[in-house]
Design a protein around this ligand. Structure first.
Ligand code: GLC
Length: 440
């Protein structure tokens, strides 16, 4: 990308972040997502650190407003003003652990906070870095402890997710296939059979901003809504939820980010001159080892696993490439994943990396997490490629990603075939990560 194009992209991205700034925290996209989201704010802070380091720190501090007393970081902190119906759907106050005076969801999202804290740390001189780490460490430790205490009931090491929203990729094929197998209530099956889902449109706000073909279907949306109500009825108590649910997944992408976050957390603690509890360090080692259980030798790839049946969910997605980001796999395994990334039939499209490979029966270039290219997953893959020494491949993908955003704008996602923009316009993490790729 030449200097002129880079300057204009930087300016555009800066404007998007300014537009979405809510004084101390940032919305993912003003119309569609009017609250604060967990992993969004982490990616946003990673970009903001190049513009205004204090503002980037504030973005992360503001996430801690929502932290539950058991350590959970919720995926959404509701903005005081907007969208009362979201607050009422989740009713976080039904849990004794939810914070007072702040309404949140009752579930989490991928643990990207340690990464964001460390990326800001890289920009600070050592004394400031130490005090920044010391400030953030207690919340980070509590969050990771919670993931182990609450989402690892058999102590096998892999975090278990209880709602697709927790994966960050709401309609990713493994979740949709599990949902269809185990979680479609009878009344929703009936609505589907009789094709009576039309009225659902009256209650959907996403499709008022984005064409319906680019979002999850009414039936999927309805099922996810009813799954939230079930979690709410159980007061977000995961023991109660897991004891009677067939809908719980050891999500591959989430656990890859968890492994990376654990490693970073250890580095943060070391720089801060503090020891992590021994049991936590032991748990972290278990997660790295357990990732290998998600490898399917005959398919030659990693998959998510159903927590209930303990079977791999053989639906290929971009998550199979994220062990590169985890950084814990062998060099041979990494080389194999790079081959998959380069295969034209799978992930090497004109505007990579599609969220599912071209061969997936789910593939649709515009449909949310079932085909489109997302800038955050590209960023994770680029980082992983570098970690394994694939600098050329990382550079090619970074350049392609920047060209895509320069050509089509800071959209939420893009067709991997022709680069057309899709989803929400003025999407914060696209802007923030474009800034990071430009500046790194
Ligand atoms: C969608 C995405 C999720 C993101 C949220 C806000 O729900 O699937 O990953 O955090 O939007 O941008």
């Amino acid at each position: 990308m030449d200097d002129e194009a880079a300057t204009s992209l930087l300016e555009e991205a800066r404007e998007v972040l300014a537009l979405n700034d809510r004084q101390g925290w940032t919305v993912p996209a003003g119309d569609l997502y009017p609250h604060q989201w967990l992993w969004d704010s982490c990616f946003i802070a990673i970009g903001l650190r190049h513009l205004d380091i204090e503002r980037a720190q504030t973005e992360l501090r503001s996430l801690l407003r929502g932290q539950w007393s058991n350590g959970m970081l919720p995926n959404i902190i509701f903005s005081g003003k907007a969208e009362r119906q979201h607050v009422d759907l989740w009713r976080s106050w039904v849990s004794p652990y939810s914070p007072e005076n702040v309404s949140t969801s009752g579930i989490t999202q991928p643990p990207m906070l340690a990464e964001a804290v460390a990326r800001i740390g890289q920009k600070l001189k050592l004394p400031e870095r130490r005090s920044w780490y010391k400030e953030m460490l207690p919340a980070l430790v509590r969050h990771h402890e919670w993931l182990y205490a609450d989402r690892n009931p058999h102590q096998e090491g892999l975090a278990i997710l209880i709602h697709p929203y927790e994966s960050g990729s709401d309609n990713s094929p493994p979740w949709i296939s599990e949902m269809r197998k185990h979680s479609l209530p009878h009344w929703i099956r009936l609505i589907e059979k009789l094709k009576l889902d039309g009225p659902v449109n009256l209650f959907r706000r996403d499709t008022k901003h984005v064409p319906p073909g680019q979002r999850i279907s009414n039936i999927e949306g309805l099922t996810q809504w009813s799954a939230i109500r079930r979690l709410r009825r159980k007061a977000y108590n995961s023991e109660a939820v897991l004891s009677r649910s067939l809908f719980a997944v050891e999500d591959l992408a989430f656990n890859c980010m968890f492994i990376r976050a654990n490693k970073i957390l250890k580095d943060i603690a070391k720089t801060a001159g503090q020891d992590l509890p021994e049991y936590l360090v032991d748990d972290m080692a278990k997660t790295e080892a357990a990732l290998e259980q998600l490898w399917d030798e005959s398919a030659g790839q990693y998959f998510s696993r159903s927590f209930v049946s303990h079977k791999l969910i053989e639906e290929p997605t971009i998550a199979t490439l994220l062990p590169l980001y985890a950084g814990s796999i062998t060099k041979d395994r990494a080389a194999h994943l790079v081959q998959l990334l380069k295969r034209r039939r799978l992930f090497s499209t004109s505007w990579p990396v599609p969220s599912v490979p071209l061969t997936s029966s789910y593939f649709d270039p515009y449909k949310y997490w079932q085909g489109p290219t997302w800038v955050n997953t590209n960023w994770l893959i680029i980082d992983g490629l570098k970690r394994y020494g694939y600098d050329d491949e990382a550079k090619v993908l970074a350049d392609k990603t920047l060209q895509l955003v320069a050509k089509s704008g800071c959209y939420e996602y893009f067709s991997p075939l022709n680069g057309d923009p899709a989803g929400a316009a003025n999407f914060s993490w696209t802007a923030a990560l474009a800034i990071d790729l430009l500046k790194s």
